[in-house]
Design a protein around this ligand. Structure first.
Ligand code: AVI
Length: 328
């Protein structure tokens, strides 16, 4: 097995760069301005996200770690109930939490192949080598690509029972309609008997949520501002990054954390790859990320509306985070 499959390079030419330039043109011409958080995760952005997950204020990673550690045996029993399966980890990153399950599955001598998928090539390279050291003998193949391309690739290259992991509250970064569309897409790639294990951040004290996205050390600010650095690096932009501030705000009725980059002054930014300039009024904002927080009934309704049935909900002691198993 090739330890790393890269779907972003082959026969792709500069398509990724053109997509990024088109996205930036559309988003910065839109009223109000917006850019997608999917572009946060270049090399420096993935390294910053890694630091976010270790921040004292960023509770989701610790809470989910607790859910999985405390319930690893029950979760592994569900996943490995029916013989050989492909374990597909969408947005795997460093797979810190998945590794607990991988070790548990290996101890149970479960027959499976681990397929971590991530948009970051750096992350997948590091994960492949750490798996070889930490879990020797694990059958695995990392895939570099976005969710859609990876699901297509899996459809064409891997047959048999599938278990999809979608951890870390990554679903929270989709707007509600997008999350339904995405879950339906996953469902369309599955057969009856296949499963989905999804990790979702739950609603809680708004101050706790806000602090998690506005940490004292400023790592989340650097993560958000890295998007402008990335545009400068890859698309030849001339953003004065110091002319923008990171501004997160939580809406407790919608249950959504929204992050913005706000221009401190009136300014024009030229971006070579788009062939044009973009005007910012003083205090004009770019919406860069939404992180939705769910209630348990909302999760159930959303996933059932996508053609799944609820199997089991696992939670940490404080009811901070949920990991939920669904059947196709
Ligand atoms: C990856 N995703 C679930 C994170 C979140 O909480 O929305 C990304 C993040 N943004 C700021 N901090 C963390």
């Amino acid at each position: 097995l090739d330890p790393l499959i890269n779907l972003t390079r082959k026969e792709n030419g500069n398509k990724d760069l053109t997509d990024f330039a088109n996205h930036v043109t559309a988003g910065l011409s839109h009223t109000p301005k917006k850019l997608s958080s999917r572009y946060f995760y270049d090399g420096p952005g993935s390294a910053l996200f890694q630091q976010i997950m270790e921040l004292p204020e960023y509770y989701p990673t610790r809470c989910e770690y607790e859910v999985i550690t405390e319930n690893k045996s029950a979760i592994a029993a569900h996943l490995a109930s029916e013989g050989f399966f492909h374990l597909i980890d969408l947005g795997a990153g460093d797979a810190l939490k998945t590794k607990i399950l991988l070790k548990e599955l290996q101890e149970r001598r479960a027959a499976f192949e681990y397929l971590p998928v991530d948009i970051s090539e750096d992350a997948m390279q590091q994960l492949s080598s750490s798996l070889e050291k930490e879990i020797p003998g694990l059958n695995h193949q990392a895939v570099v690509g976005d969710y859609n391309d990876s699901l297509e690739w899996l459809q064409q290259n891997k047959s048999g029972r599938k278990v999809i992991l979608f951890l870390g509250s990554n679903i929270g970064n989709f707007e509600h309609e997008e999350s339904l569309g995405f879950l339906r897409k996953i469902r369309s790639h599955l057969e009856p008997g296949d499963s989905l294990l999804m990790g979702i951040d739950l609603r809680k004290d708004p101050d706790t949520i806000l602090r998690a996205y506005n940490d004292f050390a400023g790592v989340t600010a650097a993560f958000n501002l890295n998007l402008l650095h990335r545009i400068n690096r890859e698309l030849g932009g001339n953003f004065d990054v110091n002319g923008f501030i990171h501004y997160p705000i939580y809406n407790p009725q919608e249950g959504v954390m929204r992050s913005y980059l706000v221009s401190k002054q009136e300014q024009d930014v030229y971006i070579q790859a788009t062939g044009r300039s973009f005007h910012f009024n003083a205090w004009e904002a770019i919406h860069t990320e939404s992180s939705y927080k769910y209630t348990l009934p909302q999760i159930q309704a959303m996933v059932e509306a996508s053609g799944f049935t609820l199997e089991t909900i696992f939670q940490d002691k404080e009811g901070c985070f949920a990991d939920v198993i669904f059947h196709a």
